[in-house]
Design a protein around this ligand. Structure first.
Ligand SMILES: NC(=O)c1ccc[n+]([C@@H]2O[C@H](COP(=O)([O-])OP(=O)(O)OC[C@H]3O[C@@H](n4cnc5c(N)ncnc54)[C@H](O)[C@@H]3O)[C@@H](O)[C@H]2O)c1
Ligand SMILES: [Fe+2]
Length: 449
């Protein structure tokens, strides 16, 4: 399948050269100019056309691209592979991280049996809640140490996977999780990680992100670093069938937001573009069907692939203003991440398209834009396509029952100044395609209220 092109050995990155940096030696080093350490640290300069009358939907000037991916096992019934992966990574006493919702669905028990059959003595830890809290990571790390665990295996949604990453980070580096906010703050190696996503949305199983709630500041912090890319991601679409409808809707919108923000990100590259557009098209084509026919295997498979490809795109291209803003609302109100994204995304699409609508043309096409678009199209048509894409995202959100505004989920006008100030410090804002100052962000929050 298409993903095979992008998969390299666990922990490695694929480097594609541009015209200025053509040489790649066997160790993966490139000739001048020097490679940035990661796309997150040095987002590429987008250099896009502005108001020129005509816009190009085709490739832009080439640039150095890096692509981090775990080993990926994908397919119905692959859950057992997580135990084989843990064994391959040297696990004898793995910690199986999960939560109460997953235990009620029965998936961790199945994985525990597979781990036991593989001769491993696993410790189950399920002290995570949605939007994982800093003190939960501390407790998980204490349990990891007390049981002398050696590998982390997680089965769950983004919250469980991020908790497992946080525990791994503390196991290698000590300290408290909030010390690691920002890019590449961890210095020591961390234990191997095998992730089994149970929702079709976050892409945390392939990403270099770990998102944790700072309970002192009431915000979600972003921890970013290539060491957080898991060793193995095992994607079994069967697990998606026990998601409640609201979670299916929320996580599907999260995957759509990842695809769109990654595609327009200042750090996008041809490798991430491909996965981003594929993810957008898969969500547009299959999310609604999973709501109407929850046991339909084919659409679950497509949504699992959508979440995975969106993850491959955004972990390498990073995200934008919708996520930077969403993290603040999620930290304040402990609400489902994908629902907040679904409310914010159409507003952010319009804001970014005002700067340059060109990149929204392929996005609109991936979502089924009916207009005729060639390789080059007029500024007016690009604006139409971008507006159509914003409306289509809102239409989908309406179909899924997502509230129209942040006010309906508990945000008040008094919250907006603080939310705006905190958004300015979020790592995801730096790759938003259009420069946004604090006043812009507050105006966006007001529109979305
Ligand atoms: N690290 C990353 O790259 C990244 C990316 C996007 C989002 N996130 C984070 O992920 C979190 C959201 O994760 P999520 O949306 O996957 O949900 P979640 O992990 O917060 O889970 C929500 C609830 O659904 C239950 N659940 C999950 N899967 C289930 C299943 N298959 N069957 C039955 N119940 C199930 C859980 O038990 C939990 O109670 C947020 O904290 C968000 O910030 C992380
Ligand atoms: Fe997200």
């Amino acid at each position: 399948m298409v993903l095979v092109d992008s998969v390299t050995r666990a922990g490695q990155s694929m480097v594609v050269c541009n015209r200025q940096a053509r040489e790649v030696d066997p160790a993966g080093r490139t000739g001048p100019p020097p490679a940035p350490r990661s796309t997150a640290e040095a987002p590429s300069d987008p250099a896009r056309p502005h108001g020129t009358g005509h816009v190009q939907a085709g490739p832009e000037s080439p640039r150095l691209a890096k692509f981090h991916v775990p080993e990926i096992v994908f397919g119905p019934g692959s859950l057992a592979e997580a135990a084989h992966a843990a064994a391959r990574l040297g696990a004898r006493r793995p910690m199986l991280v999960t939560d109460d919702g997953l235990l009620a669905a029965g998936w961790p028990q199945q994985l525990l049996r597979h781990l036991g059959e593989g001769g491993m003595d696993a410790t189950v830890w399920s002290g995570v809640t949605p939007n994982p809290k800093d003190h939960e990571i501390t407790a998980g790390h204490e349990a990891y140490r007390a049981a002398a665990c050696d590998v982390l295996v997680a089965v769950g949604g983004g919250s469980v996977i991020d908790a497992a990453k946080g525990i791994a980070l503390l196991a290698g580096n000590g300290g408290v999780i909030t010390d690691f906010e920002g890019v590449d703050r961890m210095v020591a190696p961390i234990p191997p990680m095998v992730m089994v996503p149970a929702t079709s949305g976050t892409g945390a199983d392939v990403s270099q992100f770990c998102i944790v709630t700072d309970t002192v500041r009431n915000t979600k912090i972003t921890i970013l670093g290539r060491a957080l890319v898991p060793d193995v991601s095992v994607v079994d679409p069967h697990l998606l069938t026990t998601m409640p409808d609201w979670l299916n809707a929320a996580t599907g919108l999260d995957a759509l937001t990842h695809g769109i923000e990654a595609y327009v990100s200042r750090a996008h590259n041809p490798l991430t573009d491909h996965h981003a557009l594929q993810a957008i098209s898969l969500v547009g084509g299959h999310l609604e069907r999973t709501m109407d026919h929850p046991l339909d295997q084919e659409s679950r498979l497509h949504m699992a692939q959508a979440a995975l490809e969106a993850g491959l795109a955004f972990t390498n291209a990073i995200l934008g203003a919708a996520h930077a803003m969403s993290h603040q609302v999620g930290g304040l109100l402990d609400l489902p991440h994908g629902v907040i994204n679904g409310i914010l995304l159409p507003h952010v699409v319009r804001f970014n398209a005002e700067g340059d609508p060109a990149r929204f043309v392929p996005i609109a096409q991936a979502l089924g834009f009916p207009g005729e678009v060639g390789r080059s199209c007029s500024q007016a048509l690009a604006e139409d396509a971008a507006e159509w894409a914003a409306c289509e995202v809102r239409r989908l959100a309406d179909e899924l029952g997502v509230p129209k505004g942040l006010g309906e989920i508990g945000v008040t006008a008094e919250d907006l100044p603080t939310l705006s100030t905190m958004t300015m410090a979020d790592a995801c804002l730096s790759t938003n395609p259009r420069e946004a100052d604090r006043a812009d962000i507050e105006a966006l929050f007001r529109q979305a209220l």
